[in-house]
Design a binder for this molecule. Sequence first.
Ligand code: TRP
Length: 331
Amino acid sequence: MKEVVLSGIRPTGFLHLGNYFGAMRNYVRMQDEYNCYFFVADWHSLTTHPDTKELKNSVLRVVAENIACGLDPEKVALYVQSDVKEIAELYLYLNMMAYVGELEKTPTFKDKVRQNPDNVNAGLLTYPVLMAADILVHRAVKVPVGKDQEQHVELARKFAERFNYRYGDLFPAPQAFNYGTQLVKIMSLDGNGKMSKSENQMATLYLADEDDAIRKKIMKAKTDSGPTEPNSQKPDYIENLFTLMNLVSTPDVVQHYETAFNGCAIRYGDLKKQLAEDMVNFMSPIRQKAADLQANKELLAKIMKAGAEKARASASETLKLVRQATGVNYF
Ligand code: TRP
C-alpha cells in the first residue's frame, strides 16, 4: 500500500513562483509514488478573510493552476475542503483533544492576533485543529509543508496521539515532509524576504502574470554595479537571480553568466534580459493552461466533483471508525 500524502493550499491571493518551486513542483513529483490528497483550504481562509466576494474565483483559480502545474486529477484526489463535510465532523471530535492553552501559545495564532486584533475569532484559535482534521481524515502520514506550518503538523500529531490513547489506536502519526532534502527558496525580486501571495507584488512573479509583466518585474529586480574582485561571493539578491536562472534556463546559459560573474565581467542588464525570456517561456504555457481551464467551468466542476468523491470515500471510512472508537454510534 502506498503511503498517504496530504497537503492544503489556502485560496488567499495569487499563487507565485515560490509556491511553484517550493511546493507544487514537489506535489507533482509525489503523485506517482504516494496516495496523494491535495485540497484547497477554503474554510481555513475564512478565519482571516471573512469577505467572500473573491473566494469562488480564487478557489477555481487555485484548482486550475495546480492542474496547469502538472497535478493530474486522475492520479491524485484534488478537492475543495468544504466539499468534504466529514472534515467538519472530525474537527468537532478533535476539538475535545486540543487544550485552549496550547492553541493560544501557537506562534501563528499570536502573529494573527497581532496583525488583526479586531477579528480574533474562535476559528483562528482552532485553526490547527481544523488542519489536524484535514490531515487525519485520510489518516495521512506525510504532510509536505513549509517551515511555517511544521508546528501545526506537530499539533496534529499530538491530537492524534491523545485520541489514540483515549479511544484506541486509529490514527498513524503524521509528519511534516519534504521531498528530498532542500526545498528551493525563491526570494522576492527586491531582495526583501520571500516571494509573497500578497506583499511586494512588483517583486513577486505570479503564475497568472502576463508575459510583459514578467519581463518588467525581472528587469526591475534589484542588482548592483557588479563584483570588483574575481570569484566574489554573491549578494543574496544576485544569488536569487542565479537560482531562478538555474530553474528555467539551460545549463550553458547559467555557466556563461557564472563565468562572467567570477571574472567581474557580468552585465546584469543582459542577464536579466535572458532570464526574462527564459522565464516567459517557462511560465506562459502554465498560465495559458490555467486560463483555458478556468474558462471551461464545466470541466472544472467535473474535476472538483470527482476529487470530492475520492476524498469523501476515504474520509467517511475514517469517520465510521471514529464513531466506533468513541462509541458515538447507536445502531
Ligand atoms: N495552513 C496551511 C497554510 O497556510 C494550509 C493547510 C490547511 C494545510 N490544511 C492543511 C497544509 C493540511 C497541510 C495540511 O499553508
